[in-house]
Design a protein around this ligand. Structure first.
Ligand code: MG
Length: 394
């Protein structure tokens, strides 16, 4: 009822991370649905030219950049061209956007921990979230979901797997287990030895999805799946014992659920992020939008499934362990892994060392059972320092 009323007018949306992979694809979706959405704010990172281009096209009320130097550039352009935006910057800028109750929904599409505080701010203000930022739930899932429940805020996942589960679930109480699919990344058919000598270029050549660098490396090690398990646990309130990972190289079945009576419901679609992005920002409605072609089972012809090889991809079980331990364990896992991934991208370590380093740092972590947000940020910082020191000592 609420949404029926709402959709008589344009849905007001802000995008945190508009210049990233998800952000730009979200704007492609919105370009096709300009009669459905009005953009309140666009917040971008370092790519100031793209942010300007987006702002000129979508005419938001606010634009937000990451730092003061970029703020000055935007101000100059504003003066030259007589644009009417309010210019914001940094975390404060993001929090101002997320406190603006004019928003019906905020798409949190930035990567990294910078997404966490603005998301909490939006939840406190009763604004629904389309969530593409992994760190929000991996670092602080308990706090975020509790706050969302208290404020009656919907958290609608953007990630294809969680979007699939969201689309399949009618009654969570009747669900037996979640079945999360993984493409297996570029090394699925390679040996452990081949994986050990993998270059950055080989690692970034993902067979199915075109994504940012960090998540592409995580997909190659399967840590991405590990982080998704933790997110799924929080989003759907499902026990870790009731989450299963299955390798599905074609990325057509985006995930599934099994009900208590043995019935399995899966969500399928061509591997395009436009679909889950559009679902998340349009929910509970569906629009034709960006759909380019109709789904054809006969064209796809076959779908394969297999068990993950945990000897080759031990990251998934490390993530299960962190999830079960709870508290700050998952924030530690996330920070150590991210620093190790950056070191790999910088050519400082080999691909397989990402897991070894992450595990070593994780095993040494003293978990805080019921952390505050400040505890979580503290653990994030200290874990990153320890990880960098360990990498430097190798
Ligand atoms: Mg995913």
């Amino acid at each position: 009822m609420y949404y029926n009323k709402l959709m008589e007018r344009k849905k007001k949306i802000s995008i945190i991370g508009s210049t990233g992979s998800i952000g730009t694809q979200a704007l492609e979706v919105i370009s096709k649905l300009q009669d459905k959405f009005e953009i309140i704010a666009l917040a971008g990172g370092n790519n100031i030219d793209l942010l300007l281009e987006q702002a000129e096209k979508f005419k938001p009320k606010y634009i937000c950049c990451n730092k003061i130097e970029n703020h000055k550039i935007l101000k100059q352009v504003q003066n030259d061209k007589n644009f009417q935006w309010k210019i914001l910057h940094g975390t404060e800028g993001l929090e101002e956007i997320c406190s603006n109750r004019e928003n019906d929904i905020i798409l949190v599409a930035c990567s990294g921990k910078i997404g966490l505080k603005p998301t909490l701010k939006a939840i406190e203000n009763g604004i629904d979230i389309a969530l593409a930022n992994k760190e929000t739930l991996v670092m602080a899932g308990d706090i975020v979901m509790e706050k969302a429940r208290k404020n009656n805020v919907k958290i609608i996942p953007v990630d294809s797997e969680h979007s699939a589960i969201h689309q399949c679930i009618k009654d969570i109480a009747q669900v037996e287990k979640l079945i999360i699919t993984a493409s297996g990344g570029p090394f699925l058919k390679k040996t452990i030895e081949e994986m050990k000598s993998a270059t950055v270029e080989q690692t970034l050549a993902h067979p199915r999805w075109n994504m940012g660098k960090k998540i592409t490396v995580d997909s190659a090690t399967l840590m991405n799946k590990g982080l998704e398990i933790i997110e799924a646990h929080h989003l759907f309130g499902i026990d870790y014992d009731d989450i299963e990972v299955v390798i599905h190289p074609q990325s057509i079945v985006h995930s599934a659920i099994e009900y208590k009576d043995g019935s399995v419901i899966a969500q399928l679609g061509l591997p395009s992020m436009h679909i889950p992005i559009q679902y998340a920002i349009s929910y509970p409605e569906r629009f034709e939008g960006i759909k380019s072609k109709s789904f054809s089972f006969s064209e796809i012809a076959r779908l394969d499934f297999e068990k993950p090889d945990y000897e080759k991809f031990p990251t998934v079980q490390l993530a299960f362990k962190a999830g079960r331990l709870g508290g700050t364990a998952t924030a530690c896992l996330n920070a150590a892994n991210e620093e190790a991934v950056f070191a790999f991208l910088d050519g400082k370590i080999k691909l397989y060392q990402i897991y070894e380093i992450t595990k070593k740092i994780f095993d040494e972590h003293n978990i805080i059972k019921n952390p505050t947000i400040d505890d979580i940020f503290e653990i994030d910082i200290t874990t990153r320092e320890k990880t960098k020191q360990l990498i430097a000592s190798l």
